[in-house]
Structures are given as structure tokens and as C-alpha cells.
Design a protein around this ligand. Structure first.
Ligand SMILES: [Zn+2]
Length: 250
């Protein structure tokens, strides 16, 4: 008999900045101490455990294989990305701050390619409308927007925090599976593609990284800070998780 017990539905471990969620199937016929981990497409992690395996035992078993699980999840994600290559041509849907826009590529006699939001369109003007040029222009635009939106978000959030951290240095780095990180020295790294997500989700990532200035780990104290300053962070995170594939499809 296989079942997922409702009270055990919320299983997860941390691997770097990633939270790996999984389901546990209790199998009374399994050998004591034998725990099997499966990663199924499109990215579901299932753990088969004996009926009497304790929560710490199951968590330890998954942590031990966290790298393997992470690599499997990343490879599913890459395969998925492969299926839907972006073409950088007119008509394609693009995202910015959680809204969908239509890409319009306009051949124009301009010194430098330009990108502009106009109604529900993202207009790219370039002498050369080749996809590689459009892509480069869009990436530069996303980075510039990301820098401005994140800087404002960090300022707003800092003003709210009671322990008043100094403004941390911030840099952008495109990443495939991570939205941000905070170095031990207190430097924030944020993924420029995050600017495609709704502001609610961006603020969630910013608060997460700012809380690391006080708690450099994912301890209970860290999550208490998150709860205090953003009681809705779990919903925001869930929304961002759902958007991840679309947003990271570059
Ligand atoms: Zn973190």
C-alpha cells in the first residue's frame, strides 16, 4: 500500500539557496532503513520510506542525496527549456513585472538599438532585426530595468526593517535556478530575469536576501524574520515558483 500522510505533506530540505520539496510514500513492506529517492518529470521528487522511518531519518536521507536530486531537477528544467526556444521575433510573448507584452521588432535607422514599452507591446528598434541583435538589446534593457527596480525595492525594504542594516552592495548575475543570494560579507546578488516577475515576488526575494544580512542561514530565526516582515511570503514564493519556468526561459 502506498500513501502520502496528510500531516506529513510539507516536506522540504534546503540545498544552497534552493528549497527542494518532496512527497513521502510510506511503504510498510520496505526494509528498515531503506529509503529510495526518485525524481520524476517534470520535476517531482518522491521519497519511498518504511512505515516507521522517523522524520529526521527521512530528512537526513534526502539531504545526503541533495546534490543528486538538485542535478536531476536542473536537467529536467534544461530539457524543458530546450523544447521552447525563444526566437526574438515579432509576436512573441515577453514578460515584465508580472505582465505579458507582445514583442514587436521594428527595423529602423537608429545609431543604437532601443527598447521601449508602449501599451501592451515591447518595441525593439534596430537597424539589424536579426534575433541575436534583438536578444542583446532586450537583455541590456532587462538588466537596466532590473537594476532600477531592485535598487528601489531594496531601499523601500531597508526603510521597513527594524534592525536598520546598512544598504548592501548589489550586483546582477543571470542564473538558471536561483533568484538571488547573499554572500557572508553581505553582498547581494540578484538574478536580472527576476524583473519579469510581479513586484510582490521581487519584494519577497529581496526581503529573503536582506534577512540573510541578519541570519546567514535558513534557521527558524531566519523564517521568523520573514514571517514578521512579510506574513504572505509563502504565497509569493509559491507564485514565483510557478512562474519560474516561463521567466527563466531565455
Ligand atoms: Zn536564503
Amino acid at each position: 500500500m502506498r500513501e502520502v500522510l496528510p500531516h506529513e505533506a510539507d516536506w522540504s530540505i534546503h540545498y544552497g539557496e534552493e528549497i527542494i520539496r518532496f512527497a513521502v510514500r510510506r511503504q510498510p513492506q520496505r526494509h528498515r532503513g531503506s529509503i529510495a529517492i526518485h525524481v520524476e518529470p517534470p520535476g517531482r521528487v518522491v521519497v519511498d520510506a518504511p512505515h516507521d522511518a522517523s522524520r529526521p531519518t527521512v530528512l537526513a536521507a534526502v539531504r545526503k542525496r541533495a546534490r543528486w536530486v538538485h542535478e536531476h531537477l536542473a536537467s529536467f528544467r534544461r530539457r524543458h527549456l530546450h523544447v521552447l526556444p525563444r526566437e526574438y521575433v515579432s509576436g512573441e510573448a515577453v514578460m515584465y513585472l508580472g505582465r505579458r507584452y507582445r514583442l514587436k521588432v521594428i527595423p529602423a535607422d537608429v545609431a543604437e538599438a532601443s527598447v521601449k514599452l508602449c501599451g501592451n507591446r515591447l518595441e525593439v528598434r534596430s537597424t539589424d532585426p536579426a534575433p541575436a541583435m534583438v536578444r542583446a538589446a532586450m537583455e541590456a534593457w532587462y538588466r537596466a530595468r532590473a537594476r532600477a527596480v531592485f535598487a528601489k525595492g531594496i531601499d523601500d525594504m531597508l526603510a521597513m526593517l527594524r534592525w536598520k542594516p546598512a544598504a548592501p552592495p548589489m550586483r546582477l548575475q543571470a542564473m538558471k535556478i536561483q533568484w538571488g543570494s547573499c554572500s557572508p560579507a553581505g553582498r547581494l546578488t540578484l538574478n536580472p530575469w527576476l524583473v519579469k516577475a510581479p513586484r510582490d515576488c521581487i519584494d519577497y526575494v529581496i526581503l529573503h536576501e536582506l534577512c540573510h544580512l541578519k541570519e546567514h542561514n535558513h534557521s527558524a530565526r531566519f523564517f521568523r524574520l520573514m514571517d514578521r516582515y512579510m506574513p504572505t511570503w509563502r504565497q509569493r514564493k509559491a507564485r514565483l515558483d510557478e512562474l519560474a519556468e516561463v521567466i527563466l526561459n531565455q
